[in-house]
Design a protein around this ligand. Structure first.
Ligand code: GDP
Ligand code: MN
Ligand code: MN
Ligand code: MN
Length: 252
C-alpha cells in the first residue's frame, strides 16, 4: 500500500478575491479522487479575512480580559469576535469558534501576513471547502475531495499538527466499530480521525514558515465520498465532552 503527497508549486502570495481553484489547476493536473488539502491561511486571504490591528476597537469584555492577562485588547477582541465560548483565558485563549472548532486564539493568526495585520479564519470553513471543491471539480472535470486545514496544538502533548477545519466530499471519521482485529475480537470504540491524519500528512509539506506551499494533494488514498459531509461530525457532542466540562468548572 502507498499514497503520494504532492505540494503544488508556484502559488503566489494570495490577496482578497483571488481565484484559488484556477491557481491550483494551473499548477497541477488533478486526477479523479485526489484529496486537495488547502491551508486556511490562503482561504482566509482569498476571502478577505484580513484586518488591521489598529482598526480594531476592543469592547468591554476584551478590555477586562486584557487588564487581567496583559495582552493586546485589540487582539483579544479579534479572537472574541470569532468565538462562541472561551474555555481558557490564560495563559492562552482556548475557545470554541462560531463554526464549532475548539482551538487557541480562534485561529486568528499574525503569521504569514504583513506586519500590523491579522488574519481571521474562514468564517464557515465547510462552506469554503464546498465552494473550492465545486470549482476545482468544474475546472478539472475530476471527482475531488477537499480539506481546509489549520495548524493546531493538542492537549497533553507538545507540538502542533495540521488539523481539518472544513471538508468537502470526504468522511472525516472512519468508524472501526464492528470490525475485527487480528485475533477476531470485535472493535468496540475505535474511530479514526482520518481528516486530521490527512491534514497532518499534508502539513509536513506545507510547513509553517516561508515555504510558500499552502496546497498539498494526497493521491492514491481512496477516501472520496459522494455525499455531503460536515466537519461537525468530528466535534464531540457537548454532553460527552468531559474535558470541556472540566475546563468550565475551573473557570467558575
Ligand atoms: P495555517 O496552518 O493555515 O495557519 O498556514 P501557515 O501560516 O502555517 O502557512 C502554511 C503554508 O502556506 C506555509 O508554507 C506558508 O509559507 C504558506 N503560505 C501562507 N500564505 C501564503 C500565500 O499567500 N502564498 C503562498 N504561496 N504560500 C503561503
Ligand atoms: Mn499561520
Ligand atoms: Mn493558522
Ligand atoms: Mn500552519
Amino acid at each position: 500500500m502507498k499514497f503520494e503527497a504532492i505540494a503544488v508549486e508556484n502559488i503566489p502570495l494570495i490577496h482578497t478575491g483571488d481565484d484559488l481553484p484556477s491557481i491550483i489547476c494551473k499548477n497541477l493536473e488533478l486526477q479523479d479522487r485526489d484529496i486537495v488539502i488547502i491551508a486556511s491561511t490562503i482561504v482566509a486571504k482569498a476571502e478577505g479575512e484580513i484586518f488591521r490591528l489598529e482598526d480594531i476597537t476592543p469592547g468591554k469584555t476584551a478590555l477586562e480580559m486584557a487588564a487581567r492577562n496583559g495582552k493586546d485588547a485589540r487582539f483579544i477582541q479579534a479572537v472574541l469576535s470569532r468565538s462562541m465560548e472561551v474555555l481558557v483565558e490564560k495563559p492562552f485563549m482556548l475557545v470554541t469558534t462560531l463554526a464549532g472548532h475548539t482551538c487557541v486564539n480562534a485561529g486568528v493568526d499574525e503569521s504569514n501576513i504583513e506586519d500590523g495585520f491579522l488574519l481571521y479564519p474562514p468564517e464557515n470553513p465547510d462552506a469554503s471547502a464546498s465552494r473550492l471543491g465545486n470549482n476545482l471539480e468544474k475546472l478539472s472535470k475530476k471527482k475531488l475531495s477537499v480539506i481546509v486545514t489549520d495548524t493546531n496544538g493538542r492537549a497533553f502533548k507538545i507540538g502542533q499538527t495540521g488539523a481539518a477545519i472544513g471538508i468537502y466530499k470526504i468522511k472525516p471519521v472512519k468508524r472501526w466499530i464492528g470490525e475485527k482485529d487480528l485475533f477476531g475480537k470485535v472493535l468496540e470504540v475505535t474511530e479514526e480521525a482520518v481528516a486530521d491524519e490527512l491534514a497532518g500528512a499534508a502539513n509536513l509539506l506545507m510547513g509553517e514558515g516561508a515555504g510558500g506551499t499552502p496546497v498539498v494533494v494526497i493521491r492514491g488514498f481512496d477516501y472520496y465520498c459522494e455525499e455531503e459531509t460536515y466537519i461537525k461530525e468530528m466535534y464531540r457532542p457537548e454532553e460527552l465532552d468531559i474535558i470541556k466540562k472540566g475546563l468550565r468548572c475551573l473557570q467558575n
